[in-house]
Design a protein around this ligand. Structure first.
Ligand code: SF4
Length: 354
């Protein structure tokens, strides 16, 4: 309760005077929340004022032609929100007599009203003790309590929701929820939080441990993909073979050794049984270095595991299937190759193998 009391006092003294805060109408709170999902407060305020002026009540909005709603929404983008706004207004009028449901669960069933917006309406308009967790709240809680669980993981979301419920002032959820969000928006900023003037600094774990710049933790949306490249450094009478990469994949226009890409790491025996092997060598029986050198190469969205096999052949494979350029070994350096191949060749040089 201590945190809640401090935050509420700070909020009552420092909150911004925003038009929807002068109202406890569920219609106004719903409208502001939907608009603020699309834009920042400054621009959102203009849209909010225009909507309220044109459609003073949910019934006015429900009775308006869809085109007019879209026109008023113009510039906010993501027009599905505007269509949902209109549809929900009609539902509130047709199914609920123009009065918004009071309970969080009922509100969350309305189109375009997720659990967050439902909690905002239920707590601010109707005083239901339900905690609100948005980006600002994740940030404040993770720093204040030193929570390192990723805010974008299902487990992390549960942890933050529980913490938010635990510190909720159940007597004044309206003030409490708005205070927490406003504090995140004005003081506990994503970059450069104003810890020097923060009323919670003495309680804040991240501040005490110097971790404000590492919290909150995100798992990250960008997943890296693992790829397994098996390169064949084929040697025949002082020559080797290269291929020019074309198309939309990585390394467009660079040269590389004949490549067999596999879904997983493979050993030499598996490699020789793959259809691509037969395409490259036909009936030729190559002699290979069975112990490939493997290099890990990191790209932005891909981790490449590149295995290089040295392969000797006694006669050239059937030219029909063998589509690679024949290159004298001493001329290899003239070709632009990816860094990982360059590294492999440099290692061979250093060891006197090439
Ligand atoms: S001390 Fe800094 S990091 Fe901690 S809650 Fe306050 S502003 Fe946020």
């Amino acid at each position: 309760m201590l945190v809640s009391k401090i935050l509420e006092k700070w909020y009552l003294e420092n909150r911004r005077d925003l038009p929807w805060r002068r109202s406890d109408s569920p219609y106004h709170i719903w409208l502001s929340e939907i608009i603020l999902q699309q834009t920042r407060v400054a621009q959102g305020t203009d849209y909010y004022n225009r909507f309220v002026e044109r459609f003073p009540t949910v019934t006015d909005l429900a009775n308006a032609p869809m085109d007019e709603v879209l026109k008023l929404w113009q510039g906010l983008g993501y027009y599905t929100r505007a269509r949902n706004l209109h549809e929900t207004a009609r539902k509130v009028v047709n199914d609920h007599g123009g009065i918004f449901p009071r309970k969080h669960e009922e509100l969350a069933k309305l189109k375009g009203v997720g659990t967050y917006t439902a909690a905002a309406i239920a707590s601010i308009a109707f005083g239901e003790p339900v905690a609100l967790v948005d980006g600002n709240v994740y940030r404040v809680l993770s720093r204040l309590y030193g929570i390192h669980d990723p805010i974008d993981s299902p487990y992390g979301k549960r942890v933050f929701k529980e913490k938010a419920e635990e510190i909720l002032n159940r007597e004044r959820p309206d003030i409490h929820n708005q205070a927490l969000m406003e504090f995140g928006a004005l003081i506990c900023l994503p970059r450069n939080p104003d810890c020097r003037h923060c009323v919670l600094s003495h309680l804040c774990k991240a501040n005490c441990e110097g971790k404000t710049n590492v919290l909150p933790v995100k798992e990250g949306k960008v997943k890296t993909k693992a790829r397994f490249f098996n390169y064949l450094f084929i040697r025949h009478k002082g020559y080797t073979y290269l291929n020019k990469r074309l198309g939309n994949d990585i390394w467009n226009s660079l040269y590389e050794f004949p490549l067999i890409e596999s879904e997983t790491p493979v050993d030499y025996e598996t490699l020789t049984s793959m259809p691509a092997w037969k395409v490259i060598f036909g009936k030729t029986q190559p002699e290979a270095d069975f112990h490939p050198r493997t290099y890990r190469h990191q790209l932005t969205h891909q981790t490449l595991h590149c295995s290089f096999y040295q392969i000797r052949i006694n006669r050239e494979p059937d030219r029909g299937a063998f589509r690679y350029q024949q290159i004298p070994l001493e001329g290899l350096a003239e070709y632009a190759v990816p860094r990982v191949i360059d590294k492999y060749l440099a290692d061979l040089h250093q060891e006197g193998i090439l």
